[in-house]
Design a binder for this molecule. Structure first.
Ligand SMILES: O=C(O)C(=O)C[C@]1(C(=O)O)C=C[C@@H](O)C=C1
Length: 114
């Protein structure tokens, strides 16, 4: 059964209005994430070039604490905010590791500059 079938027309209109806002927010989230990944791509290249480790657990701990506080203020479940950040950062670290495995270190004989 389709959501809302059999419901009054005004209920279906309200459902459609709400869904339209959800679609806008989902689009905004995708664009925000795409911009975040563009920046982390540059971070990954910087780290790989200079031999820095892909993950920084202390930075992550500070980000989690900050996001949990922001979530609580915004009445979003802090557990959910932490899970979301952890999920995103795990993907970023995976990208960082891939970049590091492809890219020579700055100053190494194969970096093309030495
Ligand atoms: O800030 C960094 O060092 C990053 O590589 C970015 C980032 C993030 O996505 O926010 C990813 C991995 C690190 O463990 C911490 C943070």
């Amino acid at each position: 059964m389709t959501a809302g079938s059999g419901a009054a027309p005004e209920v279906l209109e309200e459902l459609n209005r709400l869904r339209s806002s959800i679609d806008n927010m989902d689009a905004a989230l995708v664009h925000l994430l795409a911009e975040r990944f563009k920046i982390t791509q540059r971070v990954g290249e910087l780290k790989a070039t200079h031999g820095l480790p892909p993950a920084d657990p202390e930075r992550e701990a500070r980000q989690i604490a900050r996001l949990r506080a922001l979530a609580a203020d915004a009445r979003l479940d802090p557990e959910f905010a932490e899970k979301f950040l952890t999920f995103v950062v795990a993907e970023v670290v995976r990208h960082h590791e891939a970049i590091a495995s492809e890219r020579p270190l700055a100053g190494s004989p194969v970096d093309g500059r030495g």
